[in-house]
Ligand binder design. Structure first.
Ligand code: SAM
Length: 283
C-alpha cells in the first residue's frame, strides 16, 4: 500500500517552516495535503515499475513521493529556485529521481526525456495551465498519458462537447490529441494553502493518431481559433479574419455540409476538419 508521508497538513507545515518557506501565490503554490488524492493521481497515471514520468512543479515533493513509491522514474521540473534543495531532503533515499530547476515552458523536453515513451503527472500551477497543456500537446512528444490537477472549470472546458458554453478552442485541441476524462473532483481543503477555486484531476490518454484526419493541421487550428475568437458570430463572419475571400469560405462550408449561419461553438471536430480541408484544397 502506497504511503505518501509528505501529503499531510502537519508534515507540510513542518517542511515549510523548517526551510523558512512561504507558499508563493505568484508561482501558483498550493501544496497537496491529501494522501487519498495523491493515491488517486498515481492510480489514474497507471504507474508500473520503471515507468518514466515527467512531473511539472514538484513543489516539496508530495506527488513525487507517491509516483516514486509506485515505482516510477521521475524527472521533475520546478521553477522555484529554493525547492531543489528542499526536495533533496524530503525525497532523500529515492534513487530514481532527477530534479531540474527551470521553467517548464522554456525546457527542452525532447533533450530532457529522450525519445522513449513517458507519462506526465502534475498538480499544475493554475496561472499557466492552458499554455503548459497546449505546449505539451503541440510538441508531439512521445507522451502516452497526462494526469493533472487543474481548476475544475478548466477540466470542464477540456472535456466539453459541442454546443455548450464550456466548448472552445481548448476543448478541440485537447480532444484532437487525447481522450480526456475527469477522474476526481478535489475540494480546496485538500491543499495548503487552500485555493479559491475547486479543482479536478483530469486524465488525458494521448491518441496514437489525432481524433480526426486533416489535410493541414495549421489550417485546422486557424479555423478553430477564428471560429471561437468571435463565438457569437455566424461562421461566415467569424472566419473573416482568416483573410480568405468570402466566396471561398462559403464554398468550404457548403462542401463540408455546414450551414453558414451556424456558430463555431456548435461544430464537432469532424465538421471543423471538413471546413479546414475545404479551405486547404482551395488555397
Ligand atoms: N506538486 C506539488 C504538490 O502537489 O503539492 C506542488 C504543486 S503547486 C500547485 C505548483 C508547483 O509548480 C509549484 O511548486 C510551483 O513552484 C511550480 N511552478 C510554477 N510555475 C512553474 C513553471 N513555469 N515551471 C515549472 N514549475 C512551475
Amino acid at each position: 500500500m502506497l504511503t505518501p508521508q509528505i501529503a499531510d497538513k502537519g508534515v507540510t507545515r513542518h517542511i515549510l517552516k523548517a526551510f523558512g518557506l512561504h507558499a508563493s501565490h505568484r508561482l501558483g503554490q498550493n501544496f497537496l495535503i491529501s494522501p487519498a488524492v495523491v493515491r488517486a493521481v498515481v492510480e489514474a497515471a497507471e504507474i508500473g515499475a520503471g515507468d518514466r514520468v515527467l512531473e511539472i512543479g514538484p513543489g516539496i515533493g508530495t506527488l513525487t513521493q507517491g509516483l516514486l513509491e509506485a515505482g516510477a522514474e521521475v524527472t521533475a521540473v520546478e521553477l522555484d529556485k529554493k525547492l531543489p534543495a528542499v526536495l533533496a531532503e524530503t525525497l532523500r533515499g529515492y534513487a530514481h529521481l532527477n530534479v531540474v530547476q527551470g521553467d517548464i515552458l522554456k525546457t527542452d523536453i525532447p533533450s530532457l526525456m529522450g525519445g522513449e515513451p513517458f507519462k506526465v503527472a502534475a498538480n499544475l500551477p493554475y496561472y499557466i495551465t492552458t499554455p503548459i497543456l497546449l505546449s505539451l500537446l503541440e510538441q508531439k512528444l512521445p507522451i502516452t498519458r497526462i494526469v493533472t490537477m487543474v481548476q475544475k472549470e478548466v477540466a470542464a472546458r477540456m472535456t466539453a462537447r459541442p454546443g455548450g458554453r464550456d466548448y472552445g478552442a481548448l476543448s478541440v485541441a485537447v480532444q484532437y490529441h487525447t481522450e480526456p476524462e475527469i477522474a476526481l473532483d478535489v475540494p480546496p481543503n485538500c491543499f495548503l494553502p487552500e485555493p479559491e477555486v475547486d479543482s479536478a484531476v483530469i486524465v488525458c490518454a494521448v491518441r496514437k493518431t489525432p481524433a480526426v484526419d486533416v489535410k493541414d493541421e495549421k489550417m485546422f487550428f486557424r479555423v478553430v481559433k477564428a471560429a471561437f475568437g468571435q463565438r457569437r458570430k455566424t461562421l461566415t463572419n467569424a472566419l473573416k479574419p482568416l483573410g480568405v475571400p468570402k466566396e471561398q469560405i462559403e464554398a468550404a462550408l457548403a462542401g463540408a455540409k455546414v450551414d453558414a449561419a451556424r456558430r463555431g461553438e456548435t461544430l464537432s471536430l469532424s465538421e471543423f476538419a471538413a471546413v479546414a480541408d475545404g479551405l486547404t484544397e482551395q488555397a
